[in-house]
Each structure stands twice: as structure tokens, then as C-alpha cells.
Design a protein around this ligand. Structure first.
Ligand code: ZN
Length: 553
């Protein structure tokens, strides 16, 4: 080798090494800046009694969105919606007077059921009064019309003006038959949201879902909290008149009694309904119910912060969390504030933490990063539905959505869970990032709970944007799997959607920090690429994405 060029070459090599390592070092130190101290402090603030449980359109909302705006401003992020950090969401709050009675009339006898204990009901119609008046009751099995699974519970049935009673979840779950629907994995047809939508399409006046703790994935108390008191909805042009007049749930025992009155056996019919060829059964009973409502139109806000990309600022990665929770219920004895510490003060604080980490890079990644804290998740994914229907950033230019809802507070895990694993190209990004930490990626251990349809990534998926919902791992480094699942079940039974979901200084956030560092790296990689991830073949979201990407070209 010519000695003359060795000098400059070695300088180049050394400079090159120095350059890359410095860049990598910076990336690593940005990643490692994600730490438990501020995450805990921010979670504690968001979950404090002062924030009153963060209900949409409340004093708690004002405090929450101001806090987030200030934090994003302090970090030097830009407003994500023009000049504003907020996206306004028009909503209606409908509060039914408690004490409504459900009257079921047979040919001879009539039975009255009590609001809250026996059933819950509400309306999304923007009306001060709705009622069922001697509405014929029909048991419509699972209340599902699914051509791709060759299933139609409404086949040959005219339910206009009638009240349908349906089962929760889907026949695949009930039978564990892998050839029915998606076997144990809940499909969207298993969700209450779908059942209400379908009953409305069929023209039913009322719909009641029979509650069972197993297939619903939560106890009656969760239904009771969610369906009584103020109910928030997005408003449509027709003031939600296309919805059923009455949407509700029946306690299992209530359903059994109603079927008994009809001379039928609920448990037998439930089994029959999960078999192919089941035909709906008119109960020859009539339902009457009157709901008196107070109706209030309000505005809530999504919080949107922007870190402009350094090369392709018109392409986006969205980190997503819901800031809202259930607020305060003055009617409760004892603790009246639903602090929502785990759900989802942790995920909201994580947005700040991740934004801080991206700001520590030498220069921002090529694509823009959006930090989106949405409202109204607990009321039915309202903020994310609204954003997905009124996107601030074009859907075809949005490469990916990463959703965080309830972080891991049980310490370090050997794995990370992906709810809806196997659906999109995003799997490989999370796998790579997990591998760097010596961890594995596992699918949702309880797919029968339908978690994929229960958090904010779902409205984005329906719009075709690849959206992933990474969740806490299930295999504790220190205590193993059984222990971890027991912790989760304990939380669901004791604290989920209850005032007792409070910040706990004893939480071990080391696992959450691992997860956030992993999600940072994943988002960073996605933001440095120029390709657009897609859904896998055969998923219900791919057609929309394909059309979207084709149009953008
Ligand atoms: Zn949540």
C-alpha cells in the first residue's frame, strides 16, 4: 500500500469510527434517558386527586391538557395542530336518571327489574327521553352477521321496533372450536360495540347483551360503572338517531329469569346459539322501559405535539396514549375519584418520557414524530375515533401508530406482549428491538378478551394505518409466569376501572422502562426508513391501506 495515502485514509477511518460511535452513543444515551423517576413523578401528578379522575370536559381535563401542553412546550416540541396543541372534539353527555325500571310482560305474569342491580341501559340518541313500549323480545343468539364466517343470526328475522337479547363474545370463544370464527381469539363480532352497531343496522328499538364475566372479560361492576352515570358520545349529523333507542346489558340472573318467564332455558339456548344453523327465538314477551336524560353538548380535546422530521417531515410516526379516565362519582361511598393511575396515567406520562428521549438526539429522525394524547377512550375510544375520522396528518403518510395503555408496574419481564400479534409488518420492528434487550415478543396470552378492539390503536387500524399495541410482558425475570398472570388478574378483579386504581410508590417501574426504551428504538427505526409498513395478507385492514397508499402515489 502506498504510504502516502495511509495518513489521510487512517484519518478518514478514525473519523468515520468516531462519527458513527458518536451517533450511536447519542442514540444510546437518548434511549437510556428514559428513566423511572420522571415517569413516576408525572404519573403521580396525572393520577392525583387534584386531577379529579381526568373526565372529558371537566376541571380534570383542563388540568390534564394544560399539564401536557406545558410539558411538551418545555421539551421544545411544536404544536401538533397548526398553532395549537389541541384538537377539539365535539361530544354529547347523556345522563340517564337512575331508578329506571325494566318491565317484562308475558301472557300471564309481568316482572320488573331494577336498574344497576339487574340491568343497565342508556341511549346515545340526543334526546331527553327514550322508551321501549311493549317491544317484542327476540333472542338473536350472538347478534352477528358475518358473511366471511358464513354466519347470520338475523337471517330471515325482522326486528324492527323489537328488542333483541344477545350473547357476549362469539361462537368461536364459546365452543373453542378453531373452525368457528377465530376459535378462542375474540373477533370484532364479539365486542359489545359491534353488537350495538349491528342491532341498529337491523332496525331494532332496543338491545340487551347478557353479561357473563368469562366471555365479557370483566365483572358486572365494570358494566355497572360504564353504563350508568354520564355517558359521552361523539355526535353525528343525525344526532345519533340511527342508533338503537336503548342499549344495555342484563345481569346473567336477570336473563335466566326472563327466559324462564318465557318457558325457556337460558343455558340450553346459549349452547344452541353457538352451533351453526341456530335460528333466533322470539320470547313472546314484551319489554317496557323509559329513560329520562339530561343532555349536554360539550367539547373535549386531544393533545397533539410534533417533533418535525429532519429529512421527510411530511411522513409521520404516532405515539399514542389516552389521557382520560372516569372522573369522579359523587354518589359513591368513600373514595369517589377514579384516579386511573395505571389506566392510563402511566401511558400518558410515557408520551412525555419518549418525547424527552427523542429531543436528546443530535438531530431529529428523518420522519416527524407525533405525540398524541387522546380523550374519551374509556367512553368508547372517542378521541381516537375522532382523530382517525378527521386526521390532522394524512393517513397514507402515517407510517405507524404505537399505542400505550397501562404500563407494566410489576418489574422486569423476559418478554413483551403484542396485542394483535401477527397482523402487520410492525411485528418485525418490535422483535428486533426486543432482541437487542435479550427479550422475546409474545402474542396476547388472553386473546379471548378482545383487547385488540379495546384500545386506541383500533380506530387507526380501521383507517388502514398499521397500528400496534405492545403491552406488559407476562414472564417476570424474578418471579416467573404464574406470578405475573396472578398480578394481572388481581388488578383486573380489584382495581380495574375502580377508584382504587391509584398511584402506588411501591410499583416496580423497571420493566416499564425496558418497554419504553424498546418502543423508543422501534419508533426511531421506523422514523429513519422510507418504506411504509403494511398489514399482512388476509387481515381486515389491508384493503384500506393498499388503497390509501396507491392514491398517495
Ligand atoms: Zn386504558
Amino acid at each position: 500500500m502506498n504510504k502516502k495515502i495511509i495518513g489521510p485514509l487512517s484519518v478518514l477511518i478514525i473519523f468515520g469510527l468516531w462519527c458513527c460511535t458518536s451517533e450511536e452513543k447519542r442514540l444510546r444515551s437518548a434511549q437510556e434517558s428514559v428513566a423511572a423517576e420522571k415517569l413516576a413523578a408525572d404519573t403521580k401528578i396525572l393520577a392525583s386527586d387534584e386531577f379529579e379522575g381526568r373526565a372529558p370536559a371537566s376541571v380534570g381535563e383542563e388540568k390534564t391538557v394544560q399539564f401536557l401542553e406545558q410539558e411538551f412546550q418545555k421539551l421544545g416540541l411544536k404544536p401538533g395542530n397548526g398553532q395549537s396543541f389541541f384538537q377539539e372534539i365535539p361530544m354529547v353527555v347523556i345522563t340517564a336518571e337512575p331508578g329506571a325500571k325494566l318491565e317484562i310482560k308475558g301472557t300471564k305474569e309481568s316482572t320488573t327489574f331494577a336498574y344497576k342491580n339487574d340491568f343497565v341501559a342508556l341511549t346515545e340518541r340526543v334526546l331527553e327521553e327514550v322508551s321501549l313500549a311493549d317491544s317484542e323480545i327476540v333472542f338473536a343468539g350472538y347478534g352477528i352477521v358475518a358473511p366471511e364466517f358464513n354466519w347470520n343470526d338475523y337471517q330471515g328475522l325482522d326486528v324492527r321496533g323489537k328488542t333483541v337479547v344477545v350473547l357476549v363474545n362469539d361462537p368461536g370463544y364459546a365452543t373453542e372450536d378453531p373452525t368457528l370464527f377465530s376459535g378462542r381469539t375474540m373477533t370484532y363480532y364479539g365486542r359489545w360495540t359491534y353488537k350495538y352497531e349491528e342491532a341498529a343496522r337491523q332496525g331494532a328499538a332496543g338491545i340487551f347483551i347478557v353479561h357473563e364475566t368469562g366471555p365479557a372479560a370483566y365483572p358486572w361492576g365494570v358494566v355497572e360503572n360504564g353504563w350508568t352515570g354520564p355517558k359521552f358520545s361523539l355526535t353525528s349529523e343525525d344526532n345519533n338517531m340511527s342508533r338503537c333507542a336503548v342499549e344495555g346489558w342484563l345481569q346473567l340472573e336477570t336473563a335466566r329469569k326472563i327466559f324462564e318467564t318465557a318457558g325457556l332455558n337460558y343455558d340450553e339456548l346459549r349452547t344452541a346459539a353457538s352451533k351453526r344453523g341456530f335460528k333466533a327465538v322470539p320470547l313472546r314477551l314484551r319489554a317496557s322501559l323509559r329513560l329520562k336524560n339530561s343532555v349536554k353538548k360539550v367539547t373535549s380535546r386531544n393533545v397533539v405535539a410534533l417533533l418535525p422530521g429532519s429529512e421527510r417531515a411530511d411522513e409521520y410516526i404516532i405515539y399514542l396514549s389516552h389521557w382520560d379516565h372516569f372522573g369522579t362519582n359523587p354518589a359513591l361511598e368513600g373514595d369517589k375519584i377514579f384516579n386511573g393511575a395505571l389506566d392510563n396515567a402511566t401511558g400518558t406520562a410515557a408520551l412525555i418520557e419518549l418525547a424527552g428521549a427523542f429531543k436528546k438526539l443530535n438531530r431529529p429522525p428523518h420522519r416527524s414524530i407525533i405525540f398524541l394524547a387522546v380523550t374519551g377512550e374509556e367512553q368508547g375510544l372517542l378521541g381516537s375515533e375522532y382523530y382517525a375520522a378527521h386526521p390532522i396528518y394524512p393517513t397514507a403518510k402515517t407510517a405507524a401508530v404505537i399505542n400505550m395503555d397501562a404500563l407494566n408496574v410489576y418489574g422486569r419481564m423476559k418478554d413483551i406482549t403484542v396485542v394483535g400479534y401477527g397482523l402487520s409488518d410492525l411485528d418485525q420492528y418490535i422483535e428486533t428491538a426486543a432482541k437487542e434487550q435479550g427479550r422475546t415478543v409474545n402474542p396476547d396470552p388472553t386473546p379471548e378478551k378482545g383487547s385488540y378492539f379495546r384500545s386506541d390503536h383500533f380506530p387507526f387500524a380501521k383507517q388502514g394505518i398499521p397500528a400496534i399495541y405492545p403491552s406488559a410482558g407476562t414472564d417476570s425475570v424474578e418471579h416467573g409466569k404464574e406470578w405475573t398472570l396472578a398480578q394481572r388478574e388481581k388488578y383486573t378483579a380489584e382495581n380495574y376501572h375502580k377508584p382504587s386504581d391509584e398511584f402506588d410508590p411501591k410499583w416496580d417501574l423497571s420493566g416499564a422502562i425496558d418497554d419504553l426504551r424498546l418502543l423508543f428504538k422501534m419508533g426511531y427505526r421506523l422514523a429513519m426508513e422510507s418504506t411504509f409498513p403494511n398489514w399482512k395478507e388476509g387481515t381486515p385492514y389491508k384493503a384500506k391501506r393498499d388503497a390509501d397508499l396507491a392514491k398517495a402515489r
